[in-house]
Structures are given as C-alpha cells and as structure tokens.
Design a protein around this ligand. Sequence first.
Ligand SMILES: [Zn+2]
Length: 331
Amino acid sequence: MKTYRIDQHGGPEVLRIVDVEEPIPGPDEVLVNVTHVGLNHLDVWVRRGVDSHPFPLPLVPGSDVVGIREDTGDRVALHPGFGCLKCEICKHGRHDLCRHYQIRGESINGGMAQRVVVPKTHLMPCPIEPAKAAAMPLSLLTAWHMLVGRARVRPGQKVLIQAGASGVGSLAIQVAKLHGAEVAVTASTERKRERCMELGADHAWTYEEAKTEVRSWTQKRGVDIVMDHVGEATWKQSVRALARGGTLVTCGATTGHQANIDLRVLFFKQLNLLGSTMGTMDEMQEAWAAVTTGAIRPVVDKIMPMTELAKAHTMLESRALAGKVVMEQNL
Ligand SMILES: [Zn+2]
C-alpha cells in the first residue's frame, strides 16, 4: 500500500509517498481504510524536527485520522493520543501522564496512508461528516483537558482565550461556553475576531485592546482563567489579566518559551500556573460526545487531496489559513 513517510527532517520535500507492505491486524486490532486526515501544527514540528526532541524516524505523519473499518464497514475516528492502558497511572485514568503515552503521527506511525492497523481501544464512532471529524480530535482533546481537566472551568467564570481563532482556540471557545463560562478572546484581525464571535465568544479584542478591555469587563477584578498557547509574546499580558486566585493554563509556546514572573505577584495574588498537554482517553470520549450532539463544531478552511500534502504544509506554515486543513484520501 501507499503511505507518506518522513525519512529525515527538512522542508515539505521530505514528505515522500512510498510503497510498503500491507498492514495486517493482529488480535484486538482492526484495519481502517483511511478517508480523511486533519493537519495540526504538530505535523510541521514533526517534519522539521525539534531541538532535543527526537522523533522515531522513519515516521508516517498524521494525527487526526478518520476512516472506515474493514471488518464492519463502520466509519470511525481514531484517538490521537493514548496511554499504555496497563500501568498504574493508566488504570487510574491519567493516560496523559503515562510514561508510555503516545501521539499518533508523532511518537508512533500516523494515518497519512491508504490504511492503518489500530488497536480496538483507539476507535471512536464518527457520526458527523468525516472531513469535519478529522479536523478535531487532537486540538479538541488539548482544549478540553486545558479548560475542564486542568483549569476546572465553572459556570459564570470569566475566561480569556489568547489567539482565539487558532485550531485550539476556536474549540476552546466552544468548550468554555458549553461549561457555562463567559468568554473573551484576543485575535489579530477583524476576520478572525468575527469568526470567534460566530463560535460563541462574548467579546473579541485585539491584543492591544485586551489590556484595557479586560479591566472594564471584570470591573477591575481580572479574569478567572487565561488560556494561552502563544508563549512569550502574550505571557506578561496573560499574567496581568488574572484575578486574585486566577488560573493561567498553557499548552504551547509558538512565539518563544522563555517566560518570567514576579514571584510576589504569584504568591500575593495566589495565582495558579498550569501546564497542559494532550489529555486522557476518557476526556477524549467526553469531548467527542459533545461533537456527536453538535455542541462543538470545527472550523475547516480547506479540504485538499492527500497527494498535495507538501503544499498543505507550506500553507500551514504561512499562517494564511482561517481554520483547519483536512487531507482527503487519493493515494
Ligand atoms: Zn500507562
């Protein structure tokens, strides 16, 4: 069968289509005919390589996979991340903390191929349009774990989402609203801010506006939760926006990973600083249930043939997109 494979890190040209042996499912595994694979920024990191983070090359990319089970003909979506399900941590349901936690297309082979073999425990139902389903699992799990699992968002709380129009941000708006929070976002362009409002945000500001608007929105109190994955560029502002006892949760550092905090602010204001990455398999199921009912929907900008993966990567890197890119099977 045909599959994309990264043999060495580099530019989009390292995304090569190769012929490999047909995968054969073992016990408790199924063969899935891949129909759609959503792209994430993770795909760019995996392709380029990251200092001091080895990826197991050669590697098949693709984390967000939707396809059809060979044995039953059912459409399925695949868990993007999973624990070993055997260790004590996994037995306590904290798959995200498992030492053997794996991300599809990052630490094990992904789904940018004609077919994949996966354990039955990695399957989720797919009751919505497959291209839309493929645009969500990884970023939805990330957003859900940040807001629900880590920051414990509650009804009536005020939540500020930095970069609200991003893949994670646009889903975080909906997760926060679903949990009864009031939501404000920052976004750089008018078009992005409009998009955030359409997704349910109560306020959408430029980064500059947010500095003063947060104060009037909260009657100078500050927000209960700030969700940030921008990194250095927004860190100072994110800390400043917090109320006493407020929580800053971060899952990324796109603009740089060095951050400072005045320890006096940290303890006097009794702030909570939380790191977050991926989430548990139970959280994925919970979040997926909200997708099934239509409470959460993705923003898909483009659906492209899978053979145009290199072009899609270039578009992703140019940041010209206003939503997710989903690759459609044509290998
Ligand atoms: Zn485990």
